[in-house]
Design a protein around this ligand. Structure first.
Ligand code: ADP
Ligand code: MG
Length: 621
C-alpha cells in the first residue's frame, strides 16, 4: 500500500456524485428543485436521448450574479443554509450545496444566468469538474443549465443506465411530479422530437392533469377535500372507470413534496370500497398538508419517503375523503355520441443549441398538446396535437389506449380547453329508475326522466345481494345454520392461526367451528345466507381470505369476505326477468350504497343522457 494522499477535488466530487446523480432523472430533479428554489414562475425542461445526451433546464427565477455563478459548482456551496440553526427551518428544496458540483463532476455543463437587476448574463462551462472562464453574454433574467454527455467520464455508471426510452420515461415522470407539486408554476417538457406537455401555471391541479393526461381524463376526475385538526387532504381522484393497470398515475404530495407511501396509497384504494376492478390502480393527485413536526421527511436521502407520527389518523382521513367524493357521484359510464378523432402528428422544430432563441421565445403553442399517456410513459415519440377545426368538432387528441373506459369519451360540443366544465352528475337523493324491458337476455333498459340506462342485470343482482348480505351481517341478522354433517377442513398454517384468533367474530357471523388436531377445523354451522350454496367451497374460501387480513377493520374485511363469496356463488347467469322482477331489482339497486359497480368493481350502468340523444338525433348541435 502506498502513502496516503488527498484526493483531487474532481475525483472526490465524482465519487460523491454517485449518491446525488444516479441517472438523468435525478439530475432533472435537482435542476428543477434549484429553479423552484430560485422562485421561477416558468420552467422548461428539454431532454435529448432521454436526458443521457442532454438535459437543458431553463427558468425565469432570480438568477445568479457573477460571484455566485463562480461558486455554484463548488461542493457545499449553497445560498440556502449558512449556519447550523438554519438546518431546522429549511424552506427550500435543496440545502446541501452538492447537486451542481456532483452533476458537473460527471458531465459537461454550461451555465448561463442573469441575476435580477444585472445588466448582462454570465456564462461558464464546467467539463468533468474543471471550470472554464466566466464570459459575459446576453440572456434574459433567469438561469439556463445545459448538462451534456452525462457519465461520459464514468463508463461504469454509463453502462448502468437503461434504454433511452426508460431513462426518458423516468425523467418525464420527475417533471410531471414537479408540475403537479407546483401547479402555480408553468412547466414545459420536451424531447428533441416533441413537446410532451405544457402546464399553464395557473395554480389549478386539474389543468396540470389535463396537460399530462388529456382534458377528457382531467374533466372526469372528482374533487376531494377533507380536514381534521391536524391534517388537510385535497386534490382530485379518478373515477373507478379511469383506473389503470399501473400505479404510475397515482401522485401523492406531502407538504408540497412528491412522495411514495404504500400506506396512504392503500388508504386511497380502501376509499374506493371495492369499486376498483381487480389489478387496477386508481388515478389521483392528492395533497396532504400538516404541521412539519408531524412528519419526518428524511427517512430516505432522496426524500421520496416520509414517516407520519400518527399514520392511522392520516390514512383514515384519506379513505374518508375518497369515499365521500365517490359516494356523492352518479358513477354511471356515459355513452358519447361522437367518436374521438386523432389528428396528424406534428413534430416541433426546436433549437437545441441557441440559448437566446429558446429562452426568448419559449416554444409554446396556443393549444394544449395532448399526448398519448402511454407514449410519454414509454418514451415513444408520438404526440397528438389538436388543430383548430378538430378542437371544435370533438375531442381530437385522445389515443385509443388513453382511456381506461372505452365509453367515457369526451363530451362533444363541450369546450375541450376548459377542464373545469366537469360532467354534471351528482347522484340524486330520490332516484327512481323505471325499467322498460329486457334486451339481449342480459340487460335491463331503464329511464329516470333524465337519461336512458342500460343495466347489466347480472352485475346488478350481484350488487343487491351483496349489500343485502352485508347489511344482515352488520345487523346480526344472520343466523347460524347447523350442518347435518360437520365439515372437516385442513387449513394452511397462517389461515389456521388466524381462524383461531377470529373464532368468536366469525361465530357472530354464523360460521362456527372449533380446532381439530394441529391444522384442522370442524365446521358445525354456516351463515344462513349460504343456504342452498356450496358451503364447503365457501368455507374454504373464507378461511383462505383470512390470510390476507390486516390493519384496521378486520371485522369489516371478514364481513366482506363472507358476503362477496356468498353472492358470487349465488348468482346464476342468463335469467329471463319478468316486469315485476325488473322493477324490484331496479328499486333495490338504487337504494344500494354503490349501485354503479358490482362487488368486483365492474360497471353496472351505461348511461345515455337526454342531451346525448338529442345530439345523436341532430335535434341540437
Ligand atoms: P443547493 O440547492 O443544495 O443549495 P446546488 O448545488 O443545487 O445546492 O446549488 C448551489 C447553489 O447554486 C444554490 O444554493 C443557488 O444559490 C445556486 N443555484 C443553483 N441553481 C440555480 C438556479 N436555477 N437559479 C438561481 N440560483 C441557482
Ligand atoms: Mg439544489
Amino acid at each position: 500500500m502506498g502513502h496516503i494522499q488527498l484526493m483531487s477535488a474532481a475525483l472526490a466530487n465524482q465519487i460523491a456524485a454517485g449518491e446525488v446523480v444516479v441517472r438523468p432523472a435525478s439530475c432533472v430533479k435537482e435542476l428543477i428543485e434549484n429553479s423552484l428554489d430560485a422562485g421561477a414562475r416558468a420552467i422548461q425542461v428539454h431532454l435529448r436521448e432521454g436526458g443521457i445526451a442532454e438535459i437543458v433546464v431553463i427558468d425565469d427565477g432570480q438568477g445568479m450574479d457573477e460571484q455566485d455563478a463562480a461558486l455554484a459548482f463548488r461542493r457545499h456551496a449553497t445560498s440556502k443554509v449558512y449556519e447550523p440553526r438554519d438546518l431546522v427551518r429549511i424552506r427550500t428544496l435543496g440545502f446541501r450545496g452538492e447537486a451542481l458540483a456532483s452533476i458537473a463532476a460527471v458531465a459537461r455543463v454550461r451555465l448561463t444566468t442573469r441575476a435580477v437587476g444585472a445588466e448582462t448574463a454570465v456564462r461558464v462551462a464546467v467539463d468533468g469538474g474543471e471550470m472554464g472562464p466566466l464570459e459575459k453574454v446576453g440572456a434574459p433574467v433567469g438561469t439556463r443549465i445545459e448538462v451534456r454527455d452525462l457519465f461520459y467520464n464514468t463508463p461504469a455508471r454509463l453502462k448502468y443506465l437503461r434504454t433511452v426510452q426508460t431513462e426518458q420515461a423516468r425523467s418525464v415522470e420527475v417533471v410531471q411530479q414537479a408540475a403537479l407539486s407546483r401547479a402555480d408554476v408553468a412547466f414545459s417538457c420536451q424531447t428533441e422530437h416533441h413537446i410532451l406537455f405544457q402546464t399553464p401555471g395557473n395554480g389549478d391541479v386539474r389543468a396540470v392533469l389535463a396537460a399530462l393526461y388529456g382534458v377528457g381524463e382531467a374533466k372526469q376526475m372528482l374533487d376531494v377535500h377533507a380536514a381534521s385538526n391536524d391534517y388537510r387532504v385535497y386534490g382530485v381522484i379518478g373515477r373507478p372507470t379511469q383506473a389503470r393497470s399501473s400505479r404510475g398515475y397515482a401522485h401523492l404530495f406531502v407538504n408540497g413534496r412528491p412522495i411514495r407511501h404504500p400506506g396512504i396509497h392503500q388508504a386511497v384504494v380502501q376509499g374506493y370500497q371495492n369499486r376498483l376492478m381487480v389489478g387496477k390502480h386508481p388515478m389521483y393527485a392528492l395533497y396532504i398538508e400538516m404541521d412539519p413536526s408531524l412528519v419526518d421527511v428524511n427517512v430516505h436521502p432522496h426524500k421520496a419517503e416520509v414517516r407520519f407520527s400518527e399514520e392511522p389518523d392520516v390514512t383514515r382521513l384519506v379513505s374518508q375523503a375518497v369515499a365521500t367524493a365517490l359516494d356523492g357521484t352518479l358513477l354511471a359510464a356515459t355513452v358519447r355520441t361522437r367518436q374521438p378523432q386523432v389528428t396528424s402528428v406534428q413534430p416541433l422544430a426546436l433549437d437545441w443549441r441557441g440559448a437566446r432563441d429558446a429562452q426568448a421565445a419559449p416554444a409554446r403553442s396556443s393549444q394544449t398538446p395532448v399526448q398519448s399517456e402511454k407514449a410519454v410513459r414509454e418514451g415513444l415519440t408520438e404526440v397528438y396535437r389538436p388543430n383548430e377545426s378538430a378542437s371544435k368538432s370533438g375531442f381530437p387528441g385522445q389515443a385509443k389506449d388513453q382511456v381506461g373506459d372505452p365509453l367515457a369519451h369526451e363530451e362533444p360540443g363541450a369546450d375541450v380547453t376548459n377542464p373545469h366544465e366537469t360532467i354534471r352528475d351528482e347522484r340524486p337523493t330520490e332516484w327512481s329508475l323505471r325499467p322498460i324491458g329486457q334486451a339481449l337476455g342480459m340487460y335491463i333498459l331503464a329511464d329516470d326522466g333524465e337519461s336512458l340506462y342500460i343495466i347489466d342485470q347480472h352485475a346488478a343482482h350481484e350488487r343487491v345481494l351483496y349489500e343485502d348480505f352485508l347489511q344482515k351481517l352488520r345487523d346480526r341478522g344472520v343466523f347460524a345454520m347447523p350442518l347435518l354433517a360437520p365439515l372437516e377442513l385442513t387449513l394452511p398454517p397462517v389461515a389456521f392461526e388466524r381462524a383461531m384468533e377470529v373464532q368468536q367474530e366469525l361465530a357472530n357471523m354464523g360460521l362456527t367451528y372449533e380446532p381439530f388436531g394441529a391444522q384442522q377445523v370442524v365446521v358445525r354451522a354456516v351463515p344462513d345466507i349460504w343456504q342452498g350454496l356450496d358451503v364447503q367451497r365457501l368455507a374454504v374460501e373464507v378461511f383462505d381470505d383470512l390470510k390476507a387480513l390486516q390493519g384496521d377493520g378486520v371485522i369489516e374485511q371478514m364481513r366482506l369476505s363472507v358476503a362477496t363469496r356468498a353472492c358470487k356463488a349465488a348468482i346464476k347467469a342468463n335469467w329471463t326477468l319478468s316486469q315485476p322482477e325488473m322493477e324490484a331489482l331496479c328499486r333495490s339497486l338504487v337504494k344500494c350504497q354503490d349501485p354503479f359497480h358490482c362487488p368486483h368493481g365492474r360497471p353496472i350502468f351505461v348511461r345515455m343522457t337526454n342531451g346525448e340523444l338529442e345530439r345523436a338525433f341532430r335535434r341540437i348541435v
